[in-house]
Each structure stands twice: as structure tokens, then as C-alpha cells.
Design a protein around this ligand. Structure first.
Ligand SMILES: NC(=O)C1=CN([C@@H]2O[C@H](COP(=O)(O)OP(=O)(O)OC[C@H]3O[C@@H](n4cnc5c(N)ncnc54)[C@H](O)[C@@H]3O)[C@@H](O)[C@H]2O)C=CC1
Ligand SMILES: O=C(O)[C@H]1O[C@H](OP(=O)(O)OP(=O)(O)OC[C@H]2O[C@@H](n3ccc(=O)[nH]c3=O)[C@H](O)[C@@H]2O)[C@H](O)[C@@H](O)[C@@H]1O
Length: 465
């Protein structure tokens, strides 16, 4: 079957960039991205393409090329579903905040809503593609809903998890290590798999397109994220030991990374991983393992989260202890709020938790992030419900100039590894701070010797300097 009309439900960090690349690489396919969020869709359609709602290097050029040609953003979900042969579900699957599985299981209510909507609208056979990250065996539930509430048309379910990382979404999508497609082991399943393989084959070499059964595909996504996060927690665990022993975690990472069995990527010690997915996907994995009675498996993976929480807390507490055990009314500058560089996404960013800790200690925090605006910072803090929004607003200010953020501060904490932080005039920053002036580099991006040369008392993660 040749696909010429695709719909994607969910115009977020995955749906938006993924569909933009499909549209760019497959000009013969009409791609419509739909979302219930009118404001988000309006921004995707903004005449000034620089206003698209997601900051990703290179993305606005691609949207400019394809939008209006074969790429469309719309709130008319029904029409797009009706017209499409293939429907990607790319909605959010956050951790449940209520009821059974609260705090661990994935909340599948948005997925179920999509399935019910597709079932009620579809008047011809459709291929439904799980793009969202889902618990293993979700396809079974989706199929049940589609088959039992539909209009008697045939549905094929595919699992096609997304492996892009934010900040590098465009290059990851253009040159993926692999594309994974899982489907039913039936002739109809194979036909659906082939239809999706053909879409990707427009730009991805076929040997990099893996096809598996549905459950392997669903579980591979959770496994990949668990392994990646586990590497960060492993190196962060070693960072604490380095600080005690005089070893330097960057040197250790380099030494072990040259072992080709270990590999050098994803070994950067940090203030802790953030992002919308690592924590949620591991908690989901832990929940699934527990639900099968696999308690040792669950405990093993849960430790990755426990270590990450510890890393964020110990970074924050070391600021307090180093500043003579009190930060009350002291100005602490935060450079960075996003969970990593080159994105405006702040979900689960370590910065939020470090700020929360310091606000409990009555610090006054001044934040600068090149891509994050004030309302997002406040929303992130309010979401934790640690204190009233009034108190959050009193404790934190967000400024548009890094030098202003640091002016008069007792300490600076680097929370995101934005490249521009390395280029600042650190002597000028030092001169305008309270003395002694402290820098806590949660991303190990600054040179310890140079920073000491300017006069700073400098601490980085995983080194006793
Ligand atoms: N953010 C990332 O880098 C990656 C995310 N994923 C997975 O992809 C999925 C989506 O993640 P994001 O794009 O980050 O989420 P997001 O929250 O940025 O976007 C999801 C969008 O779906 C929309 N939506 C929800 N229910 C809807 C409905 N019934 N009809 C129409 N629109 C609806 C929401 O309004 C929202 O705009 C999640 O399962 C996530 O785990 C996978 C790989 C990477
Ligand atoms: O499922 C998802 O959402 C995605 O999750 C991650 O991508 P992302 O969270 O966007 O970004 P990463 O580059 O993985 O970074 C995650 C966090 O780990 C931190 N990190 C990463 C690497 C490292 O060595 N050290 C480290 O502290 C980053 O700063 C960031 O806070 C995975 O890398 C993607 O493959 C996956 O598709």
C-alpha cells in the first residue's frame, strides 16, 4: 500500500519535528499535524516561522520549506483522521498523578481518547502508529478499543517509537541510528509494516530500518531510555566517589569510555538528568516489572531514579554548606533552566529541584536561560506545590541578561550546559559579585584553573579541584 496521506495527533516535541521531517523528505505525502491546543497550533502556523512553539536548531527552516506545501498544522482533528490512511499517535503519556499506579504507571488517558476518536471517525481501513512511548502491550488495548467501538473497518496497529533527543531532534531525525517498526505477525501486519518502511526509506537506509513484533518494539523504547539514564546515574554515582578520593570524574569517564565495550557517549557527570522522559519511562518500567511480580528487576531500575534524586539534592545542599551553612536572603544566580542545552524544554529539569531546595533555605534566586521565559520558570515551581505561587514569585526573578543575573550574587550555579556560558566575560562577572564569589558548575563546562584565576571559589561535579 502506498501512503499519500498521514495525520499525526499531537503537535508537541515529537509530533512537530518528526512530521516536519517526513513532510520535507516525502513531498508526495500530505502530512497534517493536529492538536487540541489551539495556541500551540497557532504558533506552528505563525507567519513568522521563528515563532514555532518548539526551539530546535534547524527546525524552523524545515517548517518554512514544507509548511503549506504538504505540511499542515490544524485543530480539526476529525477531518485529519478521516482523510488519513496512516495515523500517528504522538500525544503525551505522563506519569499518573492519581489512582492505581499513581507516581509510577504511564497515564494512558490521552492515548485511549485518541483510539476512541479514531474508531468513531474512521470510515475506511487505517494504519494506527504508536509514536508515543508506551508500556509494553499497549497495542493490545488500542486494538481492543478500535475493534470494539469502530465502524467495522480494519485497523492495523504499528509501534514506531521515537528515539530523537531534544536539542538535536533535526539531525537525529535526518540520520537516525535506527528506525524501529513493530507490527503484527500476519500478512496484513506485514503489509502495514511495509507501508511505513517505505515512508522512512525515502531518506533512511533500509538496513537501518528494523522490524520486530509489537511487544519487542514497545519494550525496546523503554529499555533504551532505561539504559541511557542508567549510564548517567552510574557516572554520577562515581562523581561522588571522585570528590572524596581526589579522582576526577572527567578523567575517569575518558579512561573507561575508550574501552570500546563501554563507549564514550553519555558519560558526562552532571547535576542530574532531567527531561520529560527518562524518569517517567523508568518509573513505568518499574511499575510493569512489579505488576509481573518481578521485584528484583523493579528494584534494579528504580535505583537509577534514586541516584538521580540524590545527585540533584546533593548539588543543592553543597551550595548551602559551602556558603557557610546559610543562603537565607543571599542572591544565587542560576545560569540555565532548560533540562539540557539547545532546547526550551524545562520538563523535569534539575534546575527546578535545585531551586526548590534553595527556596526552602530562603535564598533569592535570579535565573537566566537563553530560551526560557519567566512564566515557564514560575509554572515549573508552582507545579511542585512546595509553597504558594506568591512565595515563589518573591523568591525567584527571571532576567534577560546573564550579567544582571549574576550582579551582586553570592554564588552562581550552572544548571544547563549552554555553549554561550563558556564565552562570558567571567572577570567582569567576578568583579560585580559579593566576595567571596562562588561558582558551582553542575555541568562541568568551565575551566577550574581559569575560574580560580579570576578569583572564584570554584566547585564542579566529580572533582575536588
Ligand atoms: N520529548 C521527547 O524528546 C520525546 C518524547 N517521546 C514520547 O513522545 C510522546 C509525546 O511527547 P512530547 O511530544 O514531548 O509531548 P508534548 O506534551 O510536547 O506533546 C503532546 C501533544 O499532544 C496533544 N494532545 C494530547 N491529547 C490529545 C488529543 N486527544 N487530541 C489532540 N492532541 C492531543 C497535547 O495538547 C500536546 O500538544 C510521549 O509519549 C513521550 O514519551 C519520545 C521520544 C522523545
Ligand atoms: O524518549 C525520549 O524522550 C528521549 O529521551 C532522551 O533524550 P532527551 O531527554 O531529549 O535528552 P538527552 O540528551 O538524553 O538528555 C537527558 C538528560 O540527561 C542529561 N545527561 C545526558 C548525557 C550525559 O552524559 N549526562 C547527562 O547528565 C542531560 O543533560 C539531560 O538532562 C534520549 O536520549 C532519546 O533517545 C529519547 O528519544
Amino acid at each position: 500500500m502506498k501512503i499519500n496521506n498521514i495525520c499525526c495527533i499531537g503537535a508537541g516535541y515529537v509530533g512537530g519535528p518528526t512530521m516536519s521531517i517526513i513532510a520535507q523528505k516525502c513531498p508526495d505525502i500530505k502530512v497534517t499535524v493536529v492538536d487540541l491546543n489551539e495556541q500551540r497550533i497557532a504558533l506552528w502556523n505563525d507567519a513568522d516561522v521563528n515563532n514555532i512553539p518548539i526551539y530546535e536548531p534547524g527546525l524552523s527552516d524545515i517548517v518554512a520549506e514544507a509548511r503549506g506545501r504538504n505540511l499542515f498544522f490544524s485543530t480539526n482533528v476529525e477531518k485529519a483522521i478521516d482523510e488519513a490512511q496512516m495515523i500517528f499517535i504522538s500525544v503525551n503519556t505522563p506519569t499518573k498523578t492519581y489512582g492505581l499506579g499513581k507516581g509510577m504507571a504511564a497515564d494512558l488517558k490521552y492515548i485511549e481518547l485518541c483510539a476512541r476518536q479514531i474508531a468513531s471517525i474512521a470510515k475506511d481501513n487505517k494504519i494506527v502508529v504508536e509514536k508515543s512511548t508506551l508500556p509494553v502491550r499497549t497495542a493490545e488495548a488500542i486494538k481492543n478499543i478500535l475493534d470494539n467501538t469502530g465502524n467495522g473497518v480494519q485497523f492495523q496497529i504499528l509501534s514506531n517509537p521515537e528515539f530523537l533527543a531534544e536539542g538535536t531532534a533535526v539531525t537525529d531525525l535526518l540520520n537516525p541510528d535506527r528506525v524501529l517498526i513493530g507490527g503484527d505477525n500476519t500478512p496484513e501486519g506485514a503489509e502495514a509494516i511495509n507501508a511505513l518502511v517505505e515512508v522512512y526509506a525515502n531518506w533512511v537506509p533500509e538496513k537501518q530500518i528494523l522490524t520486530t513484533n509489537l511487544w519487542s518494539s514497545e519494550l525496546s523504547k523503554l529499555t533504551a531510555n532505561a539504559f541511557l539514564a542508567q549510564r548517567v546515574s552510574s557516572i554520577n554515582a562515581m562523581s561522588e566517589l571522585c570528590e572524596k578520593t581526589g579522582a576526577d570524574v572527567s578523567e575517569v569517564a575518558r579512561a573507561i569510555g575508550m574501552d570500546s565495550r563501554i563507549g564514550s557517549k553519555f558519560l558526562k557527570a552532571s547535576v542530574g538528568f532531567g527531561g520529560s522522559c527518562f524518569q517517567k519511562d523508568i518509573l513505568n518500567l518499574v511499575y510493569i516489572a512489579k505488576s509481573y511480580g518481578l521485584n528484583e528487576v523493579a528494584d534494579y531500575w528504580e535505583q537509577v531514579i534514586i541516584m538521580n534524586d540524590h545527585q540533584k539534592r546533593r548539588f543543592a545542599s553543597s551550595i548551602v554548606t559551602t556558603l557557610y551553612n546559610t543562603v537565607s536572603d543571599k542572591k544565587i544566580a542560576f545560569l540555565g533552566w532548560a533540562f539540557k542545552k539547545d532546547t526550551n524544554d524545562t520538563r523535569e529539569s534539575a534546575a527546578i529541584y535545585v531551586a526548590d531546595y534553595l527556596l526552602n533555605e530562603q535564598a533569592k534566586i535570579s535565573v537566566f536561560d537563553p530560551q526560557v521565559k519567566e512564566n515557564k520558570v514560575l509554572n515549573d515551581l508552582n507545579y511542585l506545590e512546595s509553597r504558594s505561587s506568591d512565595l515563589n514569585q518573591k523568591g525567584i526573578t527571571v532576567v534577560e541578561d546573564p550579567y544582571e543575573a549574576c550582579k551582586g550574587a553570592h554564588a552562581i550555579a550552572i544548571l544547563t550546559e549552554w555553549d554561550e556560558f563558556k564565552e562570558y566575560d567571567w572577570q567582569k562577572i567576578y568583579d560585580n559579585m559579593q566576595k567571596p564569589a562562588f561558582v558551582f558548575d553542575g555541568r562541568n563546562i568551565l575551566d577550574a584553573k581559569k575560574m580560580a584565576g579570576y578569583g572564584f571559589i570554584f566547585q564542579s561535579v566529580g572533582s575536588s579541584n
